[in-house]
Design a protein around this ligand. Structure first.
Ligand SMILES: [Zn+2]
Length: 232
């Protein structure tokens, strides 16, 4: 925002073009994040009503505005809006579990959905994704949030659950150890525990769940969207 103020201070006709250049990265980021979030299946407009830290209301900047046709004030207003929207979207992105729970490439060994239960030998719902990983490797929070569970829970073994607000939560199961405690705040990427094979596990792996309002949804939706945002 300070760069916009600086541009305002030196205002003359040519500054319009500086303002356009200034908002271009913000508009690019907005477009990229909106496409990515639409892949999650949760429209940005509905995220605003999900108790996320910042209101995401307000009109989006029209992408088609031609800079030459606008005066300085109108250009300044558009740039302010674009930067403000980019900031609001950044706050949302921090709370949506879009990042990878493990560093390095993910090696999925069992997808989300119906599968033959490895213990019972009959069809059962798999509420997350299993990723192969070395015993003891770090498991990372995929978004900022507050730890709600850090301990042992039946078939999950040693597990961590993080509430990200807005109805989003994640679970990290079969851990060998936890690195967080209930009610602890975590940032995206923080280590929550280490890979193990506790609970109903046939070997070391991470069972990772993403939930919306408590219902498990396929984590690949989030991971694909995250790849668009973070790996470009
Ligand atoms: Zn699993």
């Amino acid at each position: 925002m300070s760069r916009i103020e600086a541009a305002l201070a030196e205002a003359d006709g040519d500054e319009r073009h500086a303002l356009v250049a200034l908002r271009a990265p913000a508009l690019k980021m907005i477009a990229r994040v909106r496409v990515a979030l639409s892949e999650v299946g949760v429209p940005v407009a509905s995220l605003a009503g999900r108790g996320l830290p910042e209101d995401v209301g307000g009109p989006f900047v029209p992408l088609s505005s031609t800079p030459g046709a606008l005066g300085f004030d109108a250009n300044l207003a558009l740039s302010r809006d674009a930067v403000a929207q980019a900031e609001r979207l950044s706050a949302i992105v921090a709370r949506v579990p879009l990042r990878k729970p493990l560093s390095g490439p993910l090696e999925m060994t069992s997808p989300f959905g119906a599968r033959i239960d490895p213990f019972l030998g009959r069809p059962a719902m798999h509420t997350g994704i299993d990723f192969r990983e070395t015993y003891g490797d770090s498991v990372h929070a995929t978004a900022a949030g507050i730890v709600t569970i850090a301990g042992t829970d039946g078939g999950y073994g040693t597990m961590v659950e993080v509430d990200h607000g807005g109805g989003f939560s994640t679970r990290y199961a079969h851990l060998s150890s936890v690195s967080v405690a209930p009610n602890q705040k975590v940032a995206a990427g923080d280590i929550v525990g280490h890979v193990g094979s506790t609970g109903r596990a046939t070997g070391p792996h991470l069972h990772y769940e993403t939930r919306i309002n408590g219902e498990p949804v396929d984590p690949t939706r989030f991971l694909r969207a995250g790849a668009r945002i973070f790996e470009e």
